[in-house]
Design a protein around this ligand. Sequence first.
Ligand code: NAD
Length: 439
Amino acid sequence: MNISVIGTGYVGLVGGVVLSEFGHNVICVDIDAEKVKKINLGKSPIYEPGLSELLIKNLNAKRFSATTDIEFAIRQAEVIFIAVGTPPQEDGSADLQYVFNVAKSIGRYMNEYKVIVDKSTVPIGTGQSVKNIIKDELKKREIYISFDVVSNPEFLREGKAVFDFMHPDRIVIGFESDFSKEKMKEVYQGLYINKTPFLFCNIETAELVKYASNAFLATKISFINELAILSESVGANIKDVATGMGMDGRISPKFLHAGPGYGGSCFPKDTKALYDIGMKNNLELLVVKSAMDANENQKKYVFEKIKRELGLLKNLKVGVLGLSFKPDTDDLRDAPSLYLVPRLIDEGAVVKVFCPEGMSEARWRFEELNSSITYCENEYEVAIDSDALVILTEWNQFRIMDMKKIRSLMKGNFLFDLRNIYTDNKDVRALFKYFGVGV
Ligand code: NAD
């Protein structure tokens, strides 16, 4: 099948490469010429385990290519995926300009029947808007071409995106015509045959499943974070609380890890967008609002705790390990580091940082603070002369540090383990003034 994917970010590039690995002929489109050039040279513009290898393999097999030529990509495809960003606007609602621009291009250039698949996370009703925009463009061209719009939200996790796209828990397809439903089965033929669960539903349902899933997971994190704060007051251990809760099959242990608050490109923006959708439908989603409020509170809480324990932060050297919002990604969008690092600097701390893959994004995101930040080569360089160390993201290499060496390099002995990775390690706890979250 000839497939085009418009937008080559974390979803579009991974999706496009994996669909070519499934045997389809895929063209990925982006407006960013530099990105396209890199991709065609076999260099992934994002860090995602396993992606570069698959990219090179499918470029060599000539099943995959990237282009800036959207007209060509639209004309040659039977199925067109829209995978552009839907970032939050000031008021929390999703910015749909990129999705609508792509819809316009599709209407402007399509030459025969197409299935247009919305993979971006979009508010309920966007599928219908996309349909109307395409119809309007066709009207301007004074031609009639039939097409179908499908909603196929994406649930991949950054850091595990390739695996998730190849082994999804489920595929959700919101459709209107049986023909487009069959086409989507063809797109995911390998998965369909292999008994991956499929949910076929209407477009609005599929759009809501995506927001509902992310808001639910965000709520789970906020719930355990709030109880972590309570645990500190009442002498409970949140790790054990979470373990005890997770043993209940109805609850499951996943997404019950206390920490510095959720971040990333999806949970913060999708909870805000869902809340906005509720308000536009005269319904205040109180649970979603509380999850968002608790998350803001969590970020403040961990910062205040660091401040309280260290006393005056002025001129103290604080080392921060992990800047990406989670391990195995270079993505810093809405990461807790974007909150914590500026606060530490505001209070006069001297900040040293290291992240295995997040350093170049950090350099431009912290551009205005760069004179106050020392970017280090590794975790040991961060430790040198530091009064305190903050583990902000649980990269594997931070789980197996030589903690005796870390301690000997440091000036002070404060360890803020905001991911609770050393909570159960008595030797490490004995070396430092140790603070976890809720333990
Ligand atoms: P991204 O910002 O990483 O990538 C979007 C890409 O689209 C960029 O490369 C941009 O240059 C390109 N683009 C914008 N307008 C374009 C146009 N008119 N033509 C061609 N390309 C264009 O975004 P992302 O993280 O991949 O997310 C895409 C969508 O998928 C969002 O709606 C997001 O919420 C959703 N989603 C993301 C994840 C994730 O983990 N990142 C997971 C599931 C769903």
